[in-house]
Design a protein around this ligand. Structure first.
Ligand code: SF4
Length: 441
């Protein structure tokens, strides 16, 4: 059968879709990008924001036309929205064949084959009791691959639905991650992206207290991966700020393959709002961690997530966020307008900030960011940078793109020897609005 998989939401979902796709190909099916000629349409959904759910539901609803024309078409929904709504989705979308929750996506091949044989609709959202065995499956090889090292989350930030739809935090064993990493590197992968809701809590068995300063299983994992011959770069996302203890910071500084870029969710610069969000740090403790990290790794760059318009956020709270963002000087930021998620604690709070005001605050932070990025990348003109070559630029086929370890994109004209995954040096010749241009040295 020809399988079409559409993914919504985060990198964890992309990784899950890749693994599901690999399971289908291993079972003799083929993957397709064409939804019109596919035999099976799978939607791997996200529930973190209302907009992501609406988008997925709209798309799945639209597929009713295809199903009317081709009744044998199989349509399934997986992932966080499937976990959250379960049977309700079958009731709302009569053309839908099956629903698989987050703990059951490794059953996707069986689900499709069962529907093809029996034509009996079903929903399965039982939580997986232990590490699910599909995590190691990968799609076609390239120079970069993602590895999920933890699943789920125990932190229960008041606005977030992840602990309810992805379940409790589980870490994979070091051995299984190392085996997967070795297999990937042997197949030509140069860069690994380690994924988890809170990667820095790796190996802590779900304990939500940040570990003592000398202990960090995540640091041990990074050190083990750093020794892997043939691997060039290690990235990770996302860590929770409180877990950056002395042990982890020392490992980050020491491991030469770990990229000097951290995505460090801030969410708010106001202690009052952080408390209401159930984030277990203050603006000052966040500042201190950034300072400690910068001291250990001077060229470290930071990106972040911020929510504007959380219930009760006053102008003064917003200004504290704006100030802290300026002070840290984030090189990238994902700014979200708060939207209540049914099931999350903050959904019970009155949504006190108007949509208009959320948009105003959102736009102010975006303008700040644009100005800051422009200044930051202009300062890199004339410098030499080491990049990992990614391939032909999407915008201009005469150019290639590469990325610095600090996560700046550099466009350059390739020579005849360059291959995706090569590490090369470039001299930066000019800055665009968000990326750089350079020449191979
Ligand atoms: S740390 Fe908080 S925001 Fe992140 S996944 Fe866990 S509950 Fe959600």
């Amino acid at each position: 059968m020809k399988i079409y998989i559409k993914t919504y939401g985060c990198q964890m979902n992309e990784r899950d879709s890749e693994a599901v796709g690999a399971l289908f190909t291993a079972s003799g099916h083929t993957l397709t990008d064409n939804e019109n000629s596919a035999d099976v349409l799978l939607f791997n959904t996200c529930s973190v924001r209302d907009a992501a759910e609406r988008k997925a539901k709209g798309k799945i609803g639209y597929m009713k036309k295809l199903k009317l024309r081709r009744p044998e078409l199989i349509i399934g929904v997986m992932g966080c929205m499937a976990q959250r709504l379960g049977e309700q989705l079958l009731a709302e979308l009569p053309h839908l064949d099956f629903v698989l929750g987050t703990g059951q996506i490794h059953q996707a091949v069986d689900a499709v084959e069962k529907i093809a044989a029996e034509r009996k609709r079903f929903s399965n959202t039982i939580e997986a009791p232990e590490e699910i065995d599909m995590l190691g499956a990968h799609g076609s090889n390239s120079w970069s691959a993602q590895i999920a090292i933890t699943r789920g989350c125990n932190r229960f930030c008041s606005y977030c639905i992840v602990p309810y739809v992805r379940g409790r935090e589980m870490s994979r064993s070091l051995d299984s991650i190392m085996d997967e990493a070795k297999m990937l590197v042997d197949s030509g992968v140069k860069e690994l992206l380690l994924l988890g809701q809170n990667v820095a809590a790796y190996g802590l068995n779900g304990d939500i207290r940040p570990p003592a300063s000398g202990y960090s299983p995540f640091a041990e994992l990074l050190e083990a991966l750093n020794e892997l011959p043939g691997l060039e770069r290690i990235r990770y996302t996302s860590p929770y700020v409180s877990y950056f203890n002395d042990r982890l910071i020392a490992a980050l500084a020491k491991c030469s393959k770990v990229c000097h870029n951290i995505h460090l969710p801030l969410q708010s610069g106001s202690d009052r709002i952080l408390k209401a969000m159930n984030r277990q740090y203050t603006a000052d403790s966040y500042r201190e961690k950034v300072a400690q990290l910068r001291e250990a790794i001077p060229d470290l760059t930071f990106s972040t997530d911020v929510i504007v318009g959380f219930p009760g956020e006053e102008e003064s709270d917003f200004l504290l966020t704006r100030e802290l963002m300026e002070e840290v000087g984030f090189e990238q930021a994902f700014i979200f307008k708060y939207s209540p998620r049914p099931g999350a604690k903050s959904a019970l709070l009155a949504n006190t900030v108007s949509e208009e005001e959320k948009l105003r605050r959102n736009n102010i932070l975006l303008d700040d960011l644009e100005r800051r990025i422009g200044k930051r990348i202009a300062g890199l003109v004339g410098s030499e940078q080491e990049i990992l070559c990614e391939g032909v630029s999407a915008r201009n086929s005469a150019r290639w793109t590469g990325r610095t370890g600090t996560n700046f994109v550099v466009h350059f004209e390739p020579d005849t020897t360059v291959k995706p995954g090569d590490i090369r040096k470039v001299k930066v010749t000019r800055a665009g609005s968000v990326s750089l241009f350079g020449e191979l040295i």
